[in-house]
Design a binder for this molecule. Sequence first.
Ligand code: PFF
Length: 451
Amino acid sequence: MINQREQWGSKRGFVLAAAGSAVGLGNIWKFPYLVGENGGAAFILLYLVCVILVGLPVVIAEILIGRTTQRNPVGSFRELSQGNPFWMAVGGLGVLTGFLILSYYNVIAGWCLGYVVESFKGSFQQIENPALAGELFSSLSSKPHWTLLFHGLFMMITITVIYAGITKGIERASKIMMPALLVLILILVIRGVTLKGSAAGVGYLLKVDFSVITGKTFFLALGQAFFSLSLGMGALLTYGSYMSKKESIPGSALQIVILDTVIALLAGFMIFPAVFAMGMHPAQGPSLIFNILPVVFNSIPAGYFFRIVFFLLLTVAALTSTISLLEVITTFVVDEFRLPRKMAAIFLGIVVFVIGLPSALSFCGWQNVRLFGLTCFDFVDFISANIFLPLGGIFIALFVGWFWGAEKASSHLLEGAVNLTPFLVSAWSILIRFIAPVLILLIFLSSIGIL
Ligand code: PFF
């Protein structure tokens, strides 16, 4: 007897879980520092263009593949391509990418959890400038037991949610964590924009200066849109495989994309007004939130409380993303090898923890272990986020647009989407066949240094 596949309890549950996958460290850590380094409002504008032209059509395509086949990435491509090994390998690449991203993403997520604990302990109280905050960060991350403890703890929390299943685990957790995340970020935005001197930061986010846009800005914006929307590795495909055919895919996709974008923008409004109010420079790079914000909180009233809120926000955002990454590989193993979900979740969580060890140790002991000149952490990040994700994205767009065929795909898209007009279907089909693959190919070539 074949087991009935579990389904999301409601459309809201699906949208919150998928938005949870999308909203993560990419929105709160990476988006603000890219904005700060690449010209503020101009970067934001380009980002929005990329989200609409590439992000939204590919989100729809991924969910559509999953919902049509009700299978994991490899099983989905097998079914729709009648067992064509090339397309099955594309699904396999997605699962592998999930493995790799989770292995290092979980290390950063562990730091965020560790920072919550440090904030409670008051470790940042005496830190007066970003250089000292940087030293604290290096001293914490260079202790193997600190990094490995939180890497392990974070993985255990993620396993617990996957172990509990789709509705009782992921859906229930997302329904609690996503509204909590929104409240936490709103508290911090209100705190930021009401600081004395914050107006310059708000202006920085609103006044577009086209002269700062270069080819590189465009590619960075597109790459960020991809990572932020969890595209190119079958995360949304997997979540879509638990979706009912009575729900509208374009409607859900639009809500997911809007939530992801709004939270990235709010992260900007949380950080830059505070950075400007403290007279600091916006172009700090990746250390922006780890080294600047703990200091910013020291110079504002109730900073102790707001610092805890901030690191909790990062932790919750990271958790809803690690859940989706572990779910991709768990669904694959459950579907393909018929392993019980609970056993698969524990087994895979442990395997990913072990695969993540070299990335975790890249900061504490293995700094000199290099692959192609990069630390293990940077290497895994580079091949998975810069190479495998865009590659997966191009193949997903080409598969839906050309191999499966936009026309056939559209007939499945119409299921549950009663309000979808022929104009919108044609617009999606043009974007998925032409615009998305060409633009993604451009980012891909630029990220490997060919363009
Ligand atoms: N979208 C997540 C973020 O912005 O942090 C990262 C991510 C999660 C990428 C899940 C890919 C994925 F499948």
